[in-house]
Design a protein around this ligand. Structure first.
Ligand code: ADP
Ligand code: MG
Length: 548
């Protein structure tokens, strides 16, 4: 190492790994995680069953869900998990791809390090390649209009393939696209803004996913507080209330002394009076329907029913907020200040079978996706798939660009990167080439996961791209090279840019480390919870770093 290095004083249990050993150690930890999700990539990817310490089972194909549930206890491996989380937050899809590319970058970097290329050169080359690759994504991308329902449905279907949502993907893709279109507005500058706050998902078991529906307005999973209340209104004055319709609690310290039946009666009368007054305030405002976030006293329920008012208590906070968007009404927090201006006009309809209220505002803001699945596990995975598809379609609408899927864009970018590498000086050139190779992992794994000959197909793909076919990608079902854009396998450009950027960043982060100083024992194989020394947590490494 260099001279002038500071002296580091460590405890007895502490361990230190430096230089190549540190890099090797970190690379294998990160690669282990990356490779654990590879088998889920693509329409033919497998699912994973995850059982947590509480015995809860999750069956999923979703990269970020797998990594989050894996409970990874290794700081380097956690960086890879962060790639997946960033990708999920930023793009809602492409998590497996991002993580797999990060792992492949590290694998190829390891080869370069073995050839005595300095990590700094590798990092620099990766940075150049990442930037160039993202510029090229934009070149390869095709513009898409928010009204182009067909393309958007293809985008939704591509993101759903291999997921729980797949079986009914034509029905669901249609719902997803209509849902997104239903909450898209055009901004003054002509760009399109998708407001997902105006979109709610309500899940139900017991029916096939294909029966899922899109509703205008809100679906509220609640019963009326009283059987005698009306439940359907074509045009109702609706009150959204976050104030209990109950007797106000006296101060905890005050005790009420009741000495005679007279006094008791008076006390009860007072309570009744208070409830009556609250109900009158509601009735006087002109409200026909009350969605209350708090409780409603039995007696008040009775009064409200007699007045022909529909009341719902303990409405979920999220539902009340959504109703606020749907109806454009404020949420009233104090009945004493209630006026007619606080009400909004909307229609309310009771679905007795589903035990839901459908609420629609006059100006029709907001939509609800009513998702069905046969069982809880099915509906959970379905919801994850739909949530991703919603994110992907809304990103596509606001970003306005699509890319050919099935590995087409990766092969095209790799080809362009190899041309670009010729112009890069020094050792960095090798890193740019390694970056190109790493992107081609995607078509390779798509083929592998489908039981196809990855090597042959990659040769075919490269040849097609050399011949100028930018859209040549894999049809994993037919096992051949096709124009994937034409075949409807399309992805969103934004997710791809994000995946490339975060994979490169994570790889570089790992490569930059040349010194690991751990307060705990580094070699504790597989022992997740062992060596709880502060800053330990490097245990578990043995399990991750295995040659997967
Ligand atoms: P990720 O978490 O990266 O989104 P997925 O399991 O969703 O992982 O797989 C995405 C990959 O599968 C993309 O490269 C996409 O182009 C590809 N893909 C999706 N549908 C098809 C298809 N019908 N044929 C070929 N490739 C497909
Ligand atoms: Mg996906």
């Amino acid at each position: 190492m260099q001279q002038g290095q500071p002296m580091i004083i460590m405890g007895d249990d502490a361990q230190r790994v430096q230089d190549k050993d540190a890099q090797e150690y970190n690379i294998s930890a990160a690669r282990g995680v990356a490779e654990s999700v590879r088998s889920t990539l693509g329409p033919k990817g497998m699912d994973k069953m995850l059982v947590n310490s509480m015995g809860d089972v999750t069956i999923t194909n979703d990269g970020v869900t797998i990594l989050q549930e894996m409970d990874i206890d290794n700081p380097t491996a956690e960086m890879v998990v962060e790639v997946a989380e960033t990708q999920e937050d930023e793009a809602g899809d492409g998590t497996t791809s991002a993580v797999a590319i990060a792992g492949e970058l590290l694998k190829n970097a390891e080869d370069l390090l073995e050839q005595d290329i300095h990590p700094t050169a590798v990092i620099k080359g990766f940075n150049l390649a990442s930037e160039y690759a993202r510029e090229q994504v934009d070149e390869v991308a095709t513009a898409v209009d928010p009204d182009d329902t067909e393309t958007l449905q293809n985008v939704a279907e591509t993101s759903m393939t291999g997921k729980g949502a797949e079986l009914d993907k034509d029905v669901l893709a249609d719902l997803v696209v209509r849902a997104v279109q239903g909450v898209t507005v055009e901004a003054d500058d002509g760009s399109h803004v998708v407001d997902l706050a105006n979109l709610n998902i309500e899940t139900r078991t017991g029916r096939a996913a294909g029966e899922s529906r899109l509703l205008t307005g809100a679906a509220i999973d609640k019963d009326p507080v009283h059987d005698d209340m009306p439940t359907d209104f074509e045009s109702a004055n609706v009150l959204l209330l976050n104030d209990p319709i109950e007797v106000e609690e006296a101060d905890v310290d005050t005790s009420v002394n009741v000495d005679s039946p007279d006094q008791l009666q008076k006390f009860l009368d007072q309570e009744e009076e208070q409830l009556r007054e609250k109900v009158d305030q509601i009735v006087d405002s002109g409200a026909d329907v009350v969605f209350c976030q708090k409780g409603i006293d039995d007696l008040a329920q009775h009064y409200l029913a007699k007045e022909g008012v529909l009341a719902v208590r303990r409405t979920k906070k999220s539902d009340l907020t959504f109703l606020k968007n749907v109806l454009g009404a404020p949420i009233v927090t104090d009945l004493d200040s209630l006026t007619a201006d606080d009400l909004a006009v909307g229609s309310v309809e009771r679905d007795g079978d589903e035990e839901l209220f459908y609420v629609e505002g006059e100006d029709a803001h907001g939509v609800t996706l009513l998702l069905y699945g046969t069982t809880d596990h099915v509906v959970d995975e379905l919801e994850r798939g739909i949530q991703d598809a919603l994110d992907v379609v809304s990103t596509t609408v606001s970003d306005g660009r699509t890319l050919p899927g099935g590995g087409a864009v990766e092969v095209e970018i790799a080809r362009r990167l190899r041309d670009y590498a010729d112009s890069v000086e020094g050792r960095e050139q090798l890193a740019v080439e390694a970056f190109a190779d790493s992107l081609e992992l995607i078509p390779r794994v798509l083929a592998e996961n489908a039981g196809l000959d990855a090597i042959d197909l990659l040769v075919d793909l490269r040849a097609a791209h050399e011949a100028g076919d930018q859209h040549a990608g894999l049809d994993v079902f037919a096992g051949e090279v096709v124009d994937t854009a034409e075949a409807g396998v399309v992805e969103t450009a934004h997710a791809k840019e994000q995946a490339i950027a975060s994979a490169a960043e994570a790889a570089n982060l790992v490569l930059k480390i040349d010194d690991i100083i751990s307060a705990g024992d580094l070699s504790t194989a597989g022992g997740d919870d062992e060596g709880g020394a502060p800053g330990g947590g490097m245990g578990g490494m043995g399990g991750m770093g295995g040659a997967m």
